[in-house]
Design a protein around this ligand. Structure first.
Ligand SMILES: C[S@@+](CC[C@H](N)C(=O)[O-])C[C@H]1O[C@@H](n2cnc3c(N)ncnc32)[C@H](O)[C@@H]1O
Length: 229
């Protein structure tokens, strides 16, 4: 082989190696980009999904005052507590710290995993449980304290579900939005932090007698705070 041919061979080989390493780099970049997009989709999808459902119930965490109001109205109560649509677990964890055996049902798996992690970090993992579940597919019959931070569009349907499932000893606390026909026995807090408290014996009897009334609480009905027995 002449020197010229040897030179040409080495140039061709060099070009081939360069081409290969460029295509490897291209593959790596494409893989990295694709992987990042899939990861981003996996994280974001559960947060966006509620907007695509018939009733849009997005993740809006309770304020500190709201959590305090919930615990305030339930402070003389015992038994099992459930937060329906438990978000990042703040109500369940706060309730567990106040002695409740507390559970959360939440559609978004990231929020459930975060809640479990937070419960572990705060030392209440044995008195809390978090479930990845659709609230419409779960029975709440075993709970005597029920908390819901919902949206107005779902409250009438939830009234029917809870009235048929809950024991007469239960109390239901609605955050920010009241139930449309049940009559609250008391409220606590103000503005967006308001919570409404309902007694199951009352709303179950009213429902059975077809006596549900359209009524929103008047300001004079509203004591500053109440403790339930
Ligand atoms: C307004 S946030 C309230 C979060 C929490 N309860 C709090 O007060 O901080 C409502 C939560 O319900 C969840 N959610 C929406 N639709 C749901 C469904 N069908 N079943 C269970 N959880 C649902 C949302 O992901 C969101 O975290």
């Amino acid at each position: 082989m002449s020197q010229e041919e040897l030179f040409m061979d080495s140039v061709t080989a060099g070009k081939l190696t360069e081409k290969r390493s460029r295509s490897n780099l291209g593959l790596a970049v494409t893989g990295l980009l694709g992987g990042s997009l899939v990861a981003l989709y996996a994280v974001a999808a559960p947060f966006v999904a509620p907007a695509l459902r018939k009733v849009c119930l997005p993740f809006v965490p309770a304020t500190t005052a709201q959590v305090e109001n919930v615990l305030g109205v339930l402070r003389a109560r015992t038994g099992r507590l459930v937060d329906i649509g438990s978000g990042d677990g703040r109500i369940v964890i706060a309730a567990a710290k106040h002695g409740f055996k507390a559970s959360g049902f939440e559609l978004n798996p990231w929020l459930v995993w975060y809640s479990r992690y937070k419960a572990l970090r705060e030392g209440v993992q044995h008195s809390t449980s978090f479930h990845i579940s659709d609230l419409w597919k779960v029975s709440f019959a075993q709970y005597s304290n029920v908390v819901i931070f919902g949206v107005p569009q779902m409250m009438d349907q939830l009234e029917v579900k809870l009235a048929s499932e809950l024991p007469s000893t239960a109390k239901v606390v609605a955050c920010r939005f009241p139930f449309p026909t049940w009559v609250p026995e008391c409220t606590a807090g103000e503005g967006i932090d308001t919570v409404w408290v309902y007694d199951a014996k009352t709303f179950k009897t009213d429902m059975q007698n077809g006596m549900t009334r359209k009524r929103t609480p008047e300001p004079e009905d509203k004591p500053d705070s109440h403790t339930l027995m």
